[in-house]
Design a protein. Structure first.
Length: 106
């Protein structure tokens, strides 16, 4: 078979008619649909993974923000810090000079 005859057979459609591909067109369409489904499923999974990675980054950021704010609040709740803030605000509240006493009623 020469090169010209082979090319004419492919381009002319004789190869499809003689090889029986047209007899299996249902199977070919089914495989084509499966391939499209597989590709679309991969795209959907990739989108979900991107969303999950973005959520993980956001969660990491929020966790570090929570830790830093928690540390600031712990620092503000120290006795010296409270006294300093009260002085800044010109508050008349002062540290008690005597300890609290317990009153017992019989």
């Amino acid at each position: 078979m020469s090169k010209t005859n082979w090319l004419n057979e492919i381009l002319g459609g004789h190869l499809l008619a003689s090889s029986g591909i047209l007899n299996n067109i249902r199977y070919i369409i089914f495989v084509f649909i499966l391939i499209i489904f597989y590709i679309s499923l991969n795209f959907a999974i990739e989108d979900r993974l991107k969303t999950e990675r973005a959520n993980q980054r956001e969660l990491k950021h929020l966790k570090s923000e929570y830790i830093s704010k928690s540390a600031k609040l712990q620092n503000f709740s120290k006795k010296l810090e409270v006294e300093k803030r009260l002085k800044e605000l010109n508050s008349k509240l002062r540290e008690p000079s005597s300890p609290a006493i317990r009153i017992v009623i019989d």
